[in-house]
Design a protein around this ligand. Structure first.
Ligand SMILES: NC(=O)c1ccc[n+]([C@@H]2O[C@H](COP(=O)([O-])OP(=O)(O)OC[C@H]3O[C@@H](n4cnc5c(N)ncnc54)[C@H](OP(=O)(O)O)[C@@H]3O)[C@@H](O)[C@H]2O)c1
Length: 249
């Protein structure tokens, strides 16, 4: 799959699934825009993109996707450097614990929703006219948590269920312009996010899967590349689960 001369934004490219996705796109010749807040980790991804393919074609944007001005800057700087946008991968995400009775329930709910859902809506809105020009596409990284119940993770579950349905709506609206929108819903993947999980959530999230394995970030990156390539020309509004059979439990 060649992505030569394609311009791809990957949010959350400083770590995990986003970093693996950015590197995979660079290997296939894409110009990749790496978005995240942690400059040290972004620099590591940038170096791996350079090792594997593009150097001058990589743009690093230190930005917090949940902040409106940063979201505007992501699109503005991308168009400023590359003059177009082909693919938007909305991957940046956080987890957090909220129970129905916590004092900080609303703060946690807002924090998670702002990053996992509002930022996607905003970036989609800002990118829309550019994606229509290139007949590009969007891949949103959701989670099987949007389809199951994990105790204490109601805000995260809600953000991902909302992302799934938002993506279907966006896919329908964009279809008449030839722009596709798809979702990938991983089960557990070995990344830094697992370190941020509250104490009792790993036991629920990491219980043995039917395939008795946990995914690595590269597996998810491979699916992102497939869905954003012309091989997936007829696929839009779809949710691809890659969870080692977790939803079968
Ligand atoms: N790992 C799993 O088991 C799993 C399972 C299902 C779904 N997912 C989803 O996969 C996506 C990627 O997660 P991951 O597992 O790769 O975790 P990760 O290694 O912790 O990476 C998360 C990425 O999101 C970025 N990010 C978070 N908040 C941000 C913000 N406000 N602005 C900009 N960037 C932000 C982080 O960058 P900075 O810290 O540099 O800002 C980091 O690059 C998430 O949407 C997550 O919900 C993960």
């Amino acid at each position: 799959m060649s992505f030569k001369n394609k311009v791809v934004i990957v949010t959350g490219a400083s770590s995990g699934i986003g970093a693996a996705t950015a590197i995979a796109f660079a290997k296939e010749g894409a110009n990749v825009v790496l978005v995240g807040r942690n400059e040290t980790k972004l620099a590591k991804t940038e170096a791996k993109c350079a090792e594997n393919g593009k150097q001058e074609g990589t743009l690093v944007i230190k930005a917090d996707v949940s902040k409106s001005n940063d979201a505007k800057r992501i699109i503005y700087e991308t168009i400023g450097k590359f003059d177009k946008l082909d693919i938007l991968v909305n991957n940046a995400g956080i987890v957090g614990i909220t129970t129905v009775m916590d004092d900080n329930t609303m703060e946690e709910f807002d924090r998670i929703m702002n990053t996992n859902l509002r930022a996607v809506v905003h970036l989609t809105n800002l990118a829309a006219s550019y994606l229509i020009k290139t007949k590009g596409n969007i891949v949103n990284i959701s989670s099987v948590a949007g389809q199951v119940v994990l105790e204490g993770a109601s805000a995260y579950m809600t953000s991902k269920a909302g992302l799934d349905h938002y993506s279907r709506g966006a896919a329908k609206e964009f279809a008449k312009f030839g722009v596709r929108v798809n979702v990938i819903s991983p089960g557990p993947v070995i990344t830094d996010i697992l370190e941020t999980l509250p104490v009792d959530l790993p036991a629920q999230a990491m219980r043995p899967t039917p395939l008795n394995r946990i995914s690595d970030a590269e597996e998810i990156a491979n699916l992102v590349l497939y869905l954003s390539s012309d091989k997936a020309i007829g696929i839009t509004g779809s949710i691809f689960v890659t969870d080692n059979g977790m939803l079968l439990n």
